[in-house]
Design a protein around this ligand. Structure first.
Ligand SMILES: Cc1cc2nc3c(=O)[nH]c(=O)nc-3n(C[C@H](O)[C@H](O)[C@H](O)COP(=O)(O)OP(=O)(O)OC[C@H]3O[C@@H](n4cnc5c(N)ncnc54)[C@H](O)[C@@H]3O)c2cc1C
Length: 289
């Protein structure tokens, strides 16, 4: 077995420097709940591990001056769940993050790791996409921002450039009357991978939907932003016809695989069912916000 070097820098510049210098032979370690499993299975053999959890910006949560949130990429689900305000403002994003694994896994697993692992079934990703979250990444050429939906490139692959590290998520401020929700379908009651995951974020004004975004997971090589589903809801009073049109848009967007968790036909059908249920929860929350 080859030696593995382990670094736990305190600054992002050090982390980026070491990560970039390793030229693809390094891996970032956040919670390790994907990385260590992959290393144990022999699927990944990094020469260098760069642990980002000692970098303050990676592990902090801030409410921004405009009322949005900045969440460090390595914040665990457990820490996010204990934040006094985050779950009130973004209950759908929090329920998606908190669905990842068990209590033990929650103490480690981060939304940054969930996104960078680039599984099409990652639970936090559809909710982040629905929330219109943007990520900040830093690499040898500096910092840039990209929408969450632009990060996954395919199963296990991202669009981060060589040497780039995901630093944080920024979630926008919430208007009055906004609500979000996330639901997934799994064959068991917990500790399983989504057969379909659906995140919905919408705004209601006097009963009319003025904004809506839908993220769908586990139905294509990457998590999808289903623009047509959002469009079908906007301008409606979330009547049955509008919700059915959004469900049809979700079914049309599906390009799933057939596997032991579900056939193509099953996943496609469930995408529409979950859309309807998730819209109902998000609308209920929006009505109370
Ligand atoms: C028992 C168990 C149950 C699970 N259940 C679920 C579930 O229900 N739903 C679900 O979606 N997932 C589940 N997972 C998978 C895993 O827990 C999640 O994907 C988790 O969010 C990964 O976060 P992490 O911080 O542990 O990532 P890590 O394992 O540290 O990293 C994951 C990958 O992302 C890269 N990476 C991490 N952070 C960064 C960064 N900031 N910049 C660049 N690259 C980075 C790493 O190099 C690695 O390739 C489960 C895993 C286990 C072991």
């Amino acid at each position: 077995m080859t030696d593995i070097r382990y670094l736990a820098p305190r600054t992002l510049d050090e982390a980026v420097g070491a990560f970039a210098a390793a030229r693809g032979a390094a891996r970032i370690l956040a919670g390790g709940t994907d990385l260590l499993v992959q290393m144990r299975a022999g699927a990944v053999r990094p020469g260098l591990i760069v642990d980002i959890k000692r970098i303050a910006e990676m592990t902090s949560i801030e409410e921004t001056a405009d009322g949005g949130f900045r969440i460090g990429a390595a914040v665990s689900g457990a820490v996010l769940g204990e934040h006094p305000r985050f779950g009130q403002v973004w209950p759908g994003v929090l329920e998606a993050v908190n669905l990842i694994g068990s209590t033990q896994v929650q103490g480690r697993a981060s939304p940054g790791g969930n996104l960078c692992n680039a599984s099409p079934a990652g639970d936090s990703v559809p909710a982040m996409i629905a929330a219109d979250a943007v990520v900040t990444v830093q690499g040898p050429d500096g910092r840039r921002q990209m929408p969450v939906a632009a990060v996954p490139a395919g199963p296990g692959r991202t669009n981060l450039a060589p040497g780039e590290i995901l630093v944080s998520f920024t979630l926008p401020p919430r208007p009055r009357g906004a609500g979000d929700a996330y639901l997934r379908m799994i064959p068991r009651t917990e500790m399983d991978i989504a057969v379909v995951g659906c995140g919905v974020n919408l705004t209601l004004r006097d009963g009319t939907c003025t904004a809506a975004r839908v993220g769908l997971g586990a139905v294509a090589p990457t998590v999808l932003l289903v623009g047509e589903a959002g469009k079908a809801l906007v301008g409606s009073r979330l009547d049955a016809a509008a919700i059915e049109a959004a469900a049809a848009a979700c079914r049309a967007a599906c390009r799933p695989i057939d596997d032991k968790r579900g056939t193509i036909a099953y996943r496609t059908r469930i995408a529409g069912v979950l859309l309807k249920r998730t819209v109902g929860i998000a609308a209920d929350r929006a009505g109370r916000a």
